[in-house]
Design a protein around this ligand. Structure first.
Ligand SMILES: *Cc1c(COP(=O)(O)O)cnc(C)c1O
Length: 465
C-alpha cells in the first residue's frame, strides 16, 4: 500500500503513476517516459514537490485556488461537517443546512434577480444542467423547437459530452463523437490572432454580430440560448474588445434567447468583482459557477438562475440531478471560502493593490522581443508570443511548439505558467503578495530569455509565411 503521508521515493511513485494512473488531457505514454512532477504540499501561492522544490503556482491550480493554499479554516469546517453530516442528498423533499446557507449566500452575491442555485460537482456538470434546463424551459413555455444553443469556437465549457459540445475546442470534438445535435458555434472575439486589419473595436462588433446572423439564419424559434465566458480562460485568456459584450447584450435583449454566462473561472473575484458579469456589465439569465466557488478545496459547482427561470422550471418536475448536488461537505467548504473572501476583503486587495501592480509589471513584458501583446483583467492575464510584433505574426513552427518550449522553461524555473498554443497564461491565487508578483515576473523573464535562446539555436525564430 502506498501511504499518502509517508510516501515512497519519487522514482517509485512515478513508476506507479505511469503503471496505473491515466491523466486528463495528457498523452499518457509520453508522460510516463518523462516522469511526472509530484506535488506533495502547498501554502499560499507556493507548491512543494516530492523532491522539496518550491514552485510558484501562477495558475492557482487550475484557475481555482483563489484564496491560496493552506487555509486551515476550510479543513476545520470540512472535518466538522463530516462528523456532523457527511452526506445526505437534496432529492425527494429533503435538504440540509450547508446547501441552504450556500444557496442563500450565492443569491446574495449574484447580480440582479439571479436568486436560485442548482448545484453540481463542477463546471462540466453545471453546463450539462444548463443544456437541459434551457431546453426544458422553452418546452414548458410552449416553444419546444427552441433547442439550439449557440456557443463559440475556442470556448471551454467542460469535458462531459454536453459541456464539451458547447465548448469550441476542435481537438475535443475530434474524439468521442462530439458535438451533440443542436449546438452551433460562431467566431471568437480574438483580435490578436484573427482581427486582421480591423481595429479591435470594429472586430469586436463584427464577432458579436455573428450571433445575430446565426439567430436570423436559423430563426428565433429555433434558438434557446447563447453561452460564453466573459473572458475566455482555457482558450488563452482572451479579453474581448470593449465593443463586444454591449453588442452581445443588445442582441440577446432583442431576440427571445437566454444568455448563459460561464463564470467558472471569472467568478469569485478573478476579474476584481464577485462576477465578471459585473465587470463587463452583462445581464445573464444563467451563470455557471465552480472552481473559485470553493477555491478548489472541494468539488462543487452550479447554475445560478433568474427568478423567472426558477418559476418556469419549478412548475414541473425537473428530471435531473446529481448524487452530489449540494454535497454538504463541499457546500460547507464553499461557504467558508466565501466568508474568507468577504471578511478579509480579498476583492479590495485585488482591486487596490495586487491587480494594478500585476498589470503594470505584466504589461512591461511587452518590452521583451518575444512578447507581442499583454492582456490582463483583474488577476487573469496572457501574453502572445510572436516572432514579429508589428505584423502580429505566428511562428512558422506548428502552433503550440514555441508555447510548449516556454512552458517547459517556466517549469524548470519553478514557475507554473500554462501555454495555450503560443500564448502564455496566468491566473495566480488572488492573495499573491507584491513580492511574489516580482518573483513571478522575474521567473517569466528568465524563462522568456531562455526560450528565445532555444528558438534561435534551433532555427525556430521564424514567422510563418
Ligand atoms: C474549468 C471550466 C469548466 C469545467 O469545469 P469542471 O469543474 O472541470 O467540470 C467549465 N467552464 C469553464 C469556463 C471552465 O474554465
Amino acid at each position: 500500500m502506498v501511504s499518502i503521508t509517508n510516501h515512497l521515493p519519487t522514482a517509485e511513485l512515478q513508476a506507479l503513476d505511469a503503471a496505473h494512473h491515466m491523466h486528463p488531457f495528457t498523452a499518457n505514454g509520453e508522460l510516463a517516459e518523462k516522469g511526472v512532477r509530484i506535488i506533495t504540499r502547498a501554502s499560499g501561492v507556493t507548491l512543494t514537490d516530492s523532491e522539496g522544490n518550491e514552485i510558484l503556482d501562477g495558475m492557482a491550480g487550475l484557475w481555482c485556488v483563489n484564496i491560496g493554499y493552506g487555509r486551515d479554516e476550510l479543513a476545520d469546517v470540512a472535518a466538522r461537517q463530516m462528523r456532523e453530516l457527511p452526506y445526505y442528498n437534496t432529492f425527494f423533499q429533503t435538504t440540509h443546512v450547508p446547501s441552504i446557507a450556500l444557496a442563500a449566500k450565492i443569491a446574495e452575491l449574484a447580480p440582479g434577480d439571479l436568486n436560485h442555485v442548482f448545484f453540481a460537482s463542477g463546471g462540466s456538470e453545471a453546463n450539462d444542467t444548463n443544456i437541459r434546463m434551457v431546453r426544458h424551459y422553452w418546452a414548458l413555455k410552449g416553444k419546444p423547437t427552441k433547442s439550439v444553443i449557440i456557443a463559440r469556437e475556442n470556448a471551454y465549457h467542460g469535458s462531459s459530452v454536453g459541456s464539451g459540445s458547447l465548448g469550441g475546442m476542435k481537438p475535443m470534438h475530434e474524439q468521442g463523437g462530439l458535438p451533440i445535435p443542436d449546438v452551433h458555434h460562431i467566431g471568437q472575439p480574438y483580435w490578436w490572432a484573427e482581427g486582421g486589419d480591423m481595429t479591435p473595436e470594429a472586430f469586436g462588433l463584427k464577432r458579436a454580430q455573428e450571433l445575430e446572423e446565426a439567430i436570423l439564419e436559423m430563426g428565433e424559434d429555433r434558438v434557446a440560448a447563447f453561452i460564453a465566458e466573459p473572458v475566455q480562460g482555457a482558450g488563452g485568456v482572451i479579453i474581448p474588445p470593449s465593443t463586444y459584450w454591449p453588442e452581445i447584450q443588445r442582441i440577446c435583449d432583442k431576440y427571445e434567447i437566454l444568455l448563459i454566462v460561464d463564470e467558472v473561472i471569472c467568478g469569485f473575484g478573478r476579474t476584481g468583482k464577485w462576477f465578471a458579469s459585473n465587470t463587463f456589465d452583462i445581464r445573464p439569465d444563467i451563470i455557471t459557477i465552480a472552481k473559485g466557488l470553493s477555491s478548489g478545496y472541494a468539488a462543487i459547482g452550479g447554475s445560478i438562475v433568474t427568478d423567472e427561470i426558477a418559476d418556469v422550471i419549478g412548475s414541473d418536475e425537473f428530471n435531473h440531478g446529481y448524487t452530489y448536488s449540494g454535497h454538504p461537505v463541499a457546500a460547507a467548504v464553499a461557504l467558508e471560502n466565501l466568508r474568507i473572501l468577504e471578511e478579509e476583503n480579498v476583492l479590495g486587495y485585488v482591486n487596490d493593490t495586487a491587480a494594478p501592480y500585476l498589470k503594470e509589471k505584466w504589461e512591461g513584458l511587452t518590452d521583451h522581443p518575444l512578447v507581442g501583446e499583454a492582456c490582463i483583467s483583474g488577476m487573469m492575464a496572457s501574453i502572445a508570443l510572436t516572432p514579429d510584433k508589428s505584423s502580429r505574426a505566428a511562428f512558422e513552427a506548428e502552433a503550440g511548439t514555441v508555447g510548449y518550449i516556454c512552458r517547459e522553461r517556466c517549469f524548470a524555473n519553478n514557475l507554473i505558467m500554462r501555454h495555450v498554443g503560443d500564448r502564455m497564461v496566468i491566473s495566480p491565487p488572488l492573495i499573491i503578495t507584491l513580492a511574489e508578483i516580482d518573483t513571478l515576473i522575474e521567473r517569466t523573464l528568465k524563462s522568456l530569455d531562455e526560450c528565445l535562446g532555444i528558438l534561435k539555436r534551433d532555427g525556430l525564430y521564424k514567422a510563418a509565411a
